[in-house]
Design a protein. Sequence first.
Length: 152
Amino acid sequence: MIHFEKAVIEDSEKIAEIKKCAYNDETRRFGPGRDGGPTGYDSVEENRRLINTFPVYKIMLEDKIIGCFWMNKEGEQHYELEDICIHPEHHNKGYGTKAMELIENQFIDISKWTLGTPHYSVRNQHLYEKMGYKKIAVTEDGFLFLYEKKRG
């Protein structure tokens, strides 16, 4: 079964590798047909910086890292989920759904979650909507769809 653990600096390389595989797979299949992701997504140094700055978590299947996410505090009970991804070899197995459920159940004091995903990431959009997130906006350039989920 899956669970998540706080990432440590030593996880930076593996997290960068997973992000690179996940984002590149998504952009090749559904996006512009080339590798790509958010700035620094595939950089070990950037992932070290994130681990030192934000709560970064690794999504674990038994004792293997299969994904990751990090959280950015936006307000008292409001966090933005960032870079949530699962390695492509573990797609379509329910791990994304389970990870989202675990996140929400672990952080029950958070009443508002937000996140963004590229317009071409139809699988992400499906997952987020299935999990109860509502599309609330599109960035001016039309690239990102912004989602929100409120509790209580």
